[in-house]
Design a protein around this ligand. Structure first.
Ligand code: SF4
Ligand code: SF4
Length: 70
């Protein structure tokens, strides 16, 4: 795998932007992302960031840009 295509830190979820669509959950082959209920909303949560390989698949899958690693 090309390291240039990886991020350096695990992605962070922008809870206000996240619609809870679940695409990032499906995209993470390591199954690190879950949907968490927060009041009347759902949002993605990275459950074990230390296991994240920073592959960017979840960021690519998000239709609203709610995942960032910067
Ligand atoms: S960057 Fe890759 S390994 Fe890390 S949470 Fe996203 S899809 Fe999973
Ligand atoms: S793909 Fe984006 S909008 Fe959908 S649950 Fe994941 S972070 Fe939220």
């Amino acid at each position: 795998m090309n390291d240039n295509l990886q991020c350096e830190i695990p992605p962070v979820v922008d809870k206000l932007r996240c619609t809870g669509c679940g695409r990032c959950v499906a995209a993470c082959s390591s199954r690190l992302i879950t949907l968490e209920v927060d009041g009347f909303r759902k949002h993605a949560r990275l459950s074990a960031p230390e296991r994240c390989s920073c592959c960017l698949a979840c960021i690519d899958a998000c239709p609203v840009g709610a995942l960032r690693c910067d």
